[in-house]
Write a protein that binds this ligand. Structure first.
Ligand SMILES: Cc1cc2nc3c(=O)[nH]c(=O)nc-3n(C[C@H](O)[C@H](O)[C@H](O)COP(=O)(O)O)c2cc1C
Length: 351
């Protein structure tokens, strides 16, 4: 496993750039890497501005950087370039401080006019510091970043999907593995398998859901850690099912049901890989789960989804689930959103 240092260089707190970095950090940690943070606004201003690299705080930050195998450098765009805070820190570093290190540059900015800041401003400096491989990087528009009071981040899919892709590519370079590709899936090549949550093929689904939920809701609890339900609830002998869609040797989507009551199964763990969204995989998972529910003798499905999962709520409405709440209200004011679906129509068609 690698050590991946992160550099946060916004003077703001709370910071949109930091929120994006926190999300990426969770993904790196979920791959088993150690991720020490360097938060530049927390360093004392006086030694930073006077270029005193021997100051203990600054020396420690430099040491963290030196010890890292890879670095995520983040910055808000200020005046068409990276932040001044980042510049004063980079100016303190030894000439080849990034020698041999893989670097992922990320920026946030208010206007698409400055989308190339990473390439024209940041990349040359990283190169001059000797960076080994500099990843593609990504610029996230601040209008695509929704921060909630009390914590939590919702990224627009226009940002979350490419951010996921560049993070995957960065991780593949760090780990020396082949990056998963974001190619359209051929529906005929998808295999639906009934699995168990303990199977290694289920691991990407569970790991990604933990990252997504803890990021969106800004907290760590049994719901965001997926410990609110014992995995055995998804075993067929307990009236559950765990379905995975596999494509090209990888798990690309999945979901589960568990017994709610004699007549009803509850849908849980719905997930589609960021590399394969908007291709109908969520619908396919629900079709497989409905079939599994009917096999197990259920006549109804129910589920709750969180208020910060607009894409999930949209999917359930699109496939005939009935909302048990006021759809015109702000989801944040409702909390968990409950849906139900009667399977008797599907049962009649089947018989
Ligand atoms: C002083 C200042 C200068 C800025 N200049 C630019 C700019 O030139 N181009 C741009 O796209 N956004 C600019 N912005 C907007 C920020 O880049 C954007 O809001 C960013 O997401 C802020 O990140 P933060 O919350 O981490 O500080 C500027 C913001 C500030 C405060």
């Amino acid at each position: 496993m690698a050590t991946i240092a992160t550099i946060s260089s916004s003077p703001s707190d709370p910071s949109r750039t930091d929120a994006v970095l926190e999300y990426v950090t969770k993904r790196l940690i979920s791959h088993g890497h150690t991720v020490p943070p360097i938060v530049l606004r927390d360093l004392s201003a006086e030694p930073l501005l006077r270029g005193r690299a021997d100051d203990p705080e600054i020396a420690l930050a430099v040491k963290v950087l030196e010890a890292a195998d890879a670095v995520v450098v983040t910055t808000p765009v200020y005046k068409a370039a990276y932040s001044g805070l980042l510049k004063v820190f980079l100016d303190l570093l030894p000439q080849y401080a990034l020698r041999g290190k893989t670097v992922l540059p990320l920026a946030t900015g208010g206007t698409p006019a400055h989308v190339l800041v990473i390439d024209y401003a940041l990349r040359p400096v990283l190169t001059s510091l000797g960076a080994g491989a500099i990843g593609q990087g990504w610029f996230v528009l601040s209008s695509h970043i929704r921060l909630y009071d009390g914590g939590g981040l919702l990224l627009d899919p226009a940002a979350s999907v490419p951010l996921y892709q560049v993070t995957e590519a960065f991780l593949a370079t760090v780990e020396g593995s082949r990056p998963a590709e974001s190619v359209p899936v051929q529906l005929a090549g998808i295999e639906a398998v009934r699995a168990r949550p303990e199977d290694p093929e289920a691991a990407p689904l569970l790991a990604d859901l933990v990252v997504e939920y803890s990021t969106r809701y800004g907290r760590t609890n049994e719901n965001t850690q997926l410990t609110e339900v014992p995995p055995s609830d998804f075993h067929p002998e307990r009236g559950g099912a765990f379905v995975l869609l596999r494509y090209g040797g990888r798990t690309v989507a999945g979901g589960a049901i568990r017994r709610y009551d004699d007549q009803t199964a509850e849908v849980k763990r719905m997930w589609t890989s960021h590399l394969h969204r908007r291709q109908g995989l969520g619908r396919r998972v629900l079709t497989e789960l409905e079939a599994a529910a009917i096999d197990l003798g259920y006549r109804k499905l129910c589920l709750t989804t969180g208020p910060r999962q607009p894409e999930a709520a949209g999917l359930y409405l699109a496939v005939g689930f009935e909302p048990q709440f006021d759809t015109s209200a702000d989801p944040e004011s409702i909390g968990p959103l409950r849906f139900t679906k009667d399977l008797s129509v599907a049962l009649k068609v089947a018989s």
